[in-house]
Design a protein around this ligand. Sequence first.
Ligand SMILES: [Zn+2]
Length: 104
Amino acid sequence: MTDLAAQKSKLLARLGELDQRLARIEESLDAPHNPDFEEDATEREGDEVREQLGEAGLLEIRQIRAALQRLRVGGYGVCVACGENISPERLIAVPTAARCRNCV
Ligand SMILES: [Zn+2]
């Protein structure tokens, strides 16, 4: 039996972390470029890394929101592909899991 309240607080805590991380990434992306062109290339590489972190973070935020939505309306912990229950162990390891181990 999965403890839904525990899963929900875990998801919300993770969402809060990601929101903060993304806010920091966005701040640094908005920072003006160093006009010293010698450093420009390395700075741009750094920006790409931050943008990718942002992409991964945004994807995770979407997955967390979807999981919270399933918690609200029902269907959390049920595989969206085959309709079987997702094992509690898997949900604890991956609270955003929408599919069971067989359907990943
Ligand atoms: Zn399945």
